[in-house]
Design a protein around this ligand. Structure first.
Ligand code: C5P
Length: 307
């Protein structure tokens, strides 16, 4: 059975500035996305005739929490890509090897979507180019186009108007996942309540973040991490403050809630410091798992084919 394996990264938002909610229910963003070396590998294979879309084997941490129906973004990728190509619903089997923590603000589900789009496009003879694939990815979710692009990029609009940022060197990160999830719409809802009656500036790129990335200055980057969803996430889950304090106390250059949380991200000076921070965080009662990794890494791409 012909199959294609594609890999796509998880992410952290180094900056996430959020504006007042739009008429379509989405919030305008200025987001600096940074792809990290925690990756999803999605293998797509032609299925038996009449089988439809099937989520096959799912492996990796918390694999049992991955949905196996049309709420899985890899499944949705098969639906949306075939519609974009005017093809009938495909017979396709999708296997997923998970490296991004589940339900955490690191866009693991979005990475599955981006990897499935790239893998299926390759399986079907590469009918679509990168720009068309990005449009398919946006239909799957706001974070999916970045998982396709990878690297480090400024995202405006819903996060889909992406401009790559040139980054010097490699940054060392520690991620701490939480024992319980947080819903993204609930965190945006908490943001809306917090800003009621306040002036909300239009989101814009943060010069301090951009210059720290371009010069590869980890200390400056640690000081300039910022996320407008952090305060709403902390309102819904106050114990995340203890996790952030524990990472900073263990020597992190900066700590932040990742995306809409509840995963927390810490920037470390080097690989050794990252391991030390992870060891301290592993003892925190609100932390489920810790992950040491680096960024930036490339976006979704094919890594294997078999016939
Ligand atoms: O696009 P996606 O399906 O990932 O978004 C999930 C939810 O997050 C949306 O339904 C919306 O409530 C919220 N969201 C938002 N503004 C964005 C991105 C997401 O309000 N820019």
């Amino acid at each position: 059975m012909r199959s294609v394996t594609a890999r796509a990264p998880g992410k952290v938002n180094i900056q996430l500035s959020v504006g007042r909610v739009r008429e379509d229910g989405y919030h305008p963003l200025a987001s600096v996305f940074h792809a990290v070396a925690l990756v999803e590998e999605v293998t797509v294979a032609q299925g038996e005739p009449g089988s439809g879309i099937v989520i096959g084997e799912v492996t990796g941490a918390q694999a049992e929490e991955v949905p196996r129906d049309d709420t899985n973004l890899a499944w949705r990728a098969a639906e949306v890509l075939s519609a974009a190509l005017d093809r009938p619903l495909p017979d396709v089997r999708i296997d997923i090897a998970k490296g991004v923590p589940v339900a955490g603000g690191m866009a693991g589900g979005s990475a599955d979507g981006a990897a499935a789009v790239v893998g299926l496009n390759d399986l079907w003879g590469s009918p679509l180019g990168r720009d068309e694939l990005a449009a398919v990815c946006l239909e799957l979710g706001s974070d999916v186009p970045f998982s396709l692009l990878g690297g480090t990029a400024l995202g405006l609009g819903r996060g889909e108007q992406l401009s790559p940022i040139p980054v010097r060197g490699t940054f060392h990160w520690v991620f701490a996942t939480a024992t319980r999830g947080l819903s993204t719409p609930a965190v945006y809802g908490a943001f809306d309540r917090l800003v009621e009656g306040r002036i909300v500036p239009d989101p814009a790129a943060d010069e301090a973040v951009l210059s720290a990335l371009i010069s590869g200055d980890a200390r400056a980057l640690g000081r300039s991490l910022n996320n407008d969803l952090q305060e709403p996430a902390l309102t819904l889950r106050p114990t995340l403050r203890d996790v952030l304090d524990a990472g900073l106390g263990a020597g992190a250059l900066g700590g932040i809630v990742s995306g809409s949380g509840p995963t927390c991200a810490f920037l470390a000076a080097d690989a050794g410091s990252a391991s030390g921070i992870a060891a301290v965080l592993a003892g925190n009662p609100d932390v489920r798992s810790t992950h040491v990794t680096t960024g930036p890494v490339p976006g979704a791409r094919v890594v294997g084919r078999s016939r």
